[in-house]
Design a protein. Structure first.
Length: 101
């Protein structure tokens, strides 16, 4: 039974193997990480405020619609963080490649 569970997990891509890949915000300075995270909080707050302003207050009485601005703001901030992390990582790698030459 346990072997079947491990087979299922390996079928899903989860294995006991060593971790491969790169660390998140690996080669980026702490100052840049702090700026990215703080700007993502401001972006999330701005998107939430904009959606609360655009959605009529009568619709905000509904529980599902009331959480929609926060969820959309969170998703926008998450995409923002992921894109900026990738750009900063690529920039750090290219800077390291230039230094090696």
């Amino acid at each position: 039974m346990i072997e079947e569970a491990f087979d299922l997990l390996s079928w899903l891509g989860m294995t006991k193997g060593e971790k491969t890949g790169r660390p998140f915000f690996g080669d980026v300075s702490k100052r840049a990480v702090t700026l990215v995270l703080l700007s993502s909080l401001m972006l999330m707050s701005g998107v939430k405020s904009l959606l609360v302003y655009l959605i009529p207050t009568a619709y905000l009485e509904d529980d599902i619609i009331a959480v929609l601005p926060s969820i959309v703001g969170l998703l926008v901030a998450l995409v923002y963080i992921l894109v900026l992390e990738r750009l900063l990582h690529d920039q750090a790698v290219s800077r390291n490649d230039v230094d090696e030459m």
